[in-house]
Design a protein around this ligand. Structure first.
Ligand code: N01
Length: 531
C-alpha cells in the first residue's frame, strides 16, 4: 500500500523540530502535526511570568549544528522563556522547518495497520495520513493537570493555569491574587509577580526545596570557553549523569566527611547556584542519612532568609528527601515571604474547602481575590500519549497496555505498538536530565534506525515482550537505589488522582543509557523484532 510519508512526527517542540531536521538530512520524508500555532512546545505554552530554564543556557541548546551554536548569543545565565522561544523560532527559520509542520493540528488518533505495516494518523481537523513510522514528540510536561476544585465554576474573576498562560500576558498589578501550588511554575511566578500585585495568597499543599539560580547576564568568558572546547564539551555532556557539565558531582560521600568540610561543600554549591547542590556528595541521592544532612542545610537557609520563624517552618519540606521531588531553581523565592503583601496559607493546617464566587475558602476563612492562578502542574510523561487514541496490534489501546503504569523498552518503544516511537518517553532518562541532550540522543538513534531499516528493506520493528519486561524491571530496580521513591512526586504520577504509582523516568543517567542504546543498535537491535 502506498503511504504519504516515511515518518509522521507529533509535536513541534524541540524534539519534533530536531527529528524533522534529522530526517531531511538522511533523505526521509516527514510531516509534523502540531497543536499550537507555532513551534516551541513547552516553551510555546508555558508563558507564565518568570518562566525560565533551570540548566545553564549554553548547555540547554541544540548541539547538532556548530554554526547555530556560534551565531546564537544567550543573554542570561539561565535563559527566560521569551528568549528560548526566540531561539527556537530562529532554529525553525534557519533550517526552514515550518514548511513541513502543520500547525493548529492536534492529533486525535494513531492506529496501526499491521497488514501493511503503516500508521494511520488522524487530526481533530480531519486530516488523515499514512506513514511507515510514527514518532511521538509530545513532551513530558505538556498536558496541564486540570483544576478540579469544588466550586471553581462559581468564581467571578479570571483564572489562569501556569501551563496555559495567555499569550497576550496578564496585568496583575495592584490585584489580589491567589496562587495554588508551590512547584517550580509557582515559585517562578511568585517571584515575578509578588512585587506587582496588591496582595498574594500562596496556597501550599507540600513545601518544595528551592535553591538560588544566581541568574544574571551571561558571562562572555563562559561563552568563549564553551565555544573554544565546543566539541569536547558536547561529548562530555553526553557522558554525564544529568546531561550537563556546569557542576561536577563530588565523588566524596557525606557520610565520610567531617562537619566543617561538609558545610563548606554545601555553601560553595549553594553559592554556585542551580543544580550544583544535587551533586554535593556521592551518597546524597541514595543514602537517606546523607540526604538528611543536605535537607537540614537547606532548612537552615530557609530559616536564614525568611524572617518569620513560623512561616519558615511551614516552607520547610519535612517528609521527603532533598531532590526526590524535582528541585526548584529560583531567583529569590523565599524572600517573597518577608513582603507584607505575601501570605502563605498552609493547606495541611487549613485545607482548601471550596472556591467561592469571591475567592478561595479554607476550613478557616475565605480569601477574597480578583484572580486565581492554578500552578498545579501536569499529567507528566504519559499524559500526552494516553490522551491520543493510540492503537497498536489487534486494536489494543495504549491506555489498556499502560493500565498499571507505562511499560516500554528503553523508553522509546512499546511492545504491541510496532513502528511507534516515544521521544524521551517513560523509561528513558528524560525529565531527570537536560532534556535537549536526551532529545538529541533519541532523535539520532532513531534516524540511524530508520536508515538501517530502509537500507535493509525492513518494514517493521517492535520490542519483544521479554525485552520490555526486562527493561521495566531494570528501571524499577535502579530507582530503588535512589531516594526518588520516597516522595509523592509527578515522577511517580502521584499528583494525578488515580494514576498508577510507578517511577517513570530512568535514573541510570544519560551516559550509561546512551552507551546501552548504542550497544543495542550495534548488536542488531537486540531486544527488538525486525522484519
Ligand atoms: O508542577 P508541580 P509545576 N490542591 O507538579 C500542587 C518543570 N518546570 O508546573 O506537591 C493543592 O511541580 C502540588 O502540590 P503537591 C519541572 O520539571 C521547570 O510547578 O502535589 N495543591 C505542587 O505544589 C517541574 O518539576 C521549570 O502536594 C495542588 C504544585 O501544585 C515540572 O515542570 C519551571 C493540587 C504543582 O507542582 C512541574 O512543575 C516550571 C491540589 N489539588 C516547571 N494539585 C524550570 O525551572 C497540585 N497541587 C525549568
Amino acid at each position: 500500500m502506498k503511504y504519504d510519508y516515511d515518518v509522521i512526527i507529533i509535536g513541534a517542540g524541540m524534539a519534533g523540530m530536531y527529528m524533522l531536521h534529522k530526517l531531511r538530512e538522511v533523505g526521509l520524508s516527514a510531516k509534523v502535526f502540531e497543536a499550537g500555532h507555532d513551534v516551541g512546545g513547552t516553551w510555546y505554552w508555558n508563558r507564565y511570568p518568570g518562566a525560565r530554564v533551570d540548566i545553564e543556557s549554553q548547555e540547554y541548546s541544540f548541539s547538532f549544528s556548530p554554526e547555530l551554536e556560534e551565531e546564537w548569543v544567550w543573554t542570561e545565565r539561565y535563559a527566560s522563556q521569551p528568549e528560548i522561544l526566540r531561539y527556537l523560532n530562529h532554529v525553525a527559520d534557519r533550517f526552514d522547518l515550518r514548511r513541513d509542520i502543520q500547525f493548529n493540528s492536534r492529533v486525535k488518533s494513531a492506529h496501526y495497520d499491521a497488514a501493511n505495516h503503516l500508521w494511520r494518523v488522524d487530526t481533530e481537523n480531519g486530516d488523515s495520513v499514512h506513514a511507515r513510522f510514527c514518532v511521538s514528540a509530545t513532551g513530558c510536561l505538556s498536558v496541564p493537570n486540570e483544576p478540579n476544585f469544588p466550586g471553581q465554576e462559581r468564581f467571578a474573576g479570571p483564572t489562569y493555569h501556569t501551563g496555559r498562560w495567555p499569550h497576550e500576558g496578564v496585568d496583575l498589578s495592584g490585584k489580589r491574587v491567589a496562587i495554588i501550588g508551590t512547584g517550580s511554575s509557582s515559585i517562578q511566578s511568585i517571584t515575578e509577580i509578588a512585587g506587582q500585585v496588591g496582595q498574594l495568597y500562596v496556597f501550599q499543599r507540600t513545601p518544595n526545596f528551592s535553591v538560588p539560580a544566581h541568574n544574571g547576564p551571561a558571562n562572555p568568558e563562559v561563552r568563549k570557553n564553551w565555544l573554544a572546547n565546543r566539541a569536547e564539551n558536547r561529548m562530555a555532556q553526553r557522558q554525564t549523569l544529568g546531561g550537563f557539565l556546569s557542576s561536577v558531582p563530588n565523588e566524596q560521600k557525606a557520610s565520610e566527611t567531617g562537619d566543617n568540610e561538609r558545610r563548606k561543600v554545601y555553601e560553595e554549591r549553594w553559592a554556585d547556584g542551580g543544580f550544583a547542590i544535587l551533586g554535593a556528595f556521592a551518597d546524597q541521592s541514595s543514602d537517606p542519612a546523607s540526604n538528611a544532612l543536605v535537607a537540614q542545610f537547606a532548612a537552615e537557609k530557609i530559616r536564614e532568609i525568611v524572617r518569620d520563624p513560623k512561616v519558615a517552618e511551614k516552607l520547610t519540606p519535612k517528609d521527603y528527601p532533598f531532590g526526590a521531588k524535582r528541585l526548584c531553581v529560583d531567583t529569590g523565592y523565599y524572600q517573597n515571604f518577608n513582603r507584607p503583601n505575601v501570605e502563605l496559607v498552609d493547606l495541611n493546617e487549613t485545607p482548601l474547602d471550596t472556591i467561592t464566587e469571591k475567592g478561595v475558602a479554607t476550613s478557616e476563612k475565605e480569601y477574597e481575590v480578583d484572580a486565581i492562578i492554578f500552578a498545579i502542574g501536569f499529567d507528566a510523561m504519559t499524559g500526552a500519549l494516553t490522551r491520543m487514541d493510540i492503537r497498536g496490534r489487534e486494536g489494543r489501546t495504549l491506555v489498556d497496555s499502560w493500565a498499571e503504569g507505562p511499560k516500554t523498552y528503553l523508553g522509546i518503544m512499546v511492545s504491541g505498538f510496532p513502528n511507534l516511537f516515544t521521544i524521551t518517553g517513560p523509561g528513558s532518562p528524560s525529565v531527570l536530565s537536560n532534556m535537549v541532550v536526551s532529545i538529541e540522543q533519541h532523535v539520532e538513534w532513531l534516524a540511524d534506525l530508520f536508515v538501517f531499516m530502509r537500507d535493509s528493506n525492513m518494514v517493521e520493528i517492535e520490542p519483544t515482550a521479554h525485552a520490555q519486561e526486562f527493561w521495566v524491571e531494570h528501571v524499577n530496580e535502579v530507582s530503588n537505589y535512589t531516594v526518588y521513591n520516597y516522595a509523592n512526586s509527578w515522577y511517580l504520577g502521584a499528583n494525578i488522582p488515580g494514576k498508577p504509582r510507578v517511577f517513570m523516568p530512568y535514573a541510570g543517567g544519560v551516559g550509561a543509557y546512551r552507551d546501552l542504546c548504542a550497544a543495542i543498535a550495534a548488536n542488531a537491535y537486540m531486544g527488538f523484532k525486525l522484519k
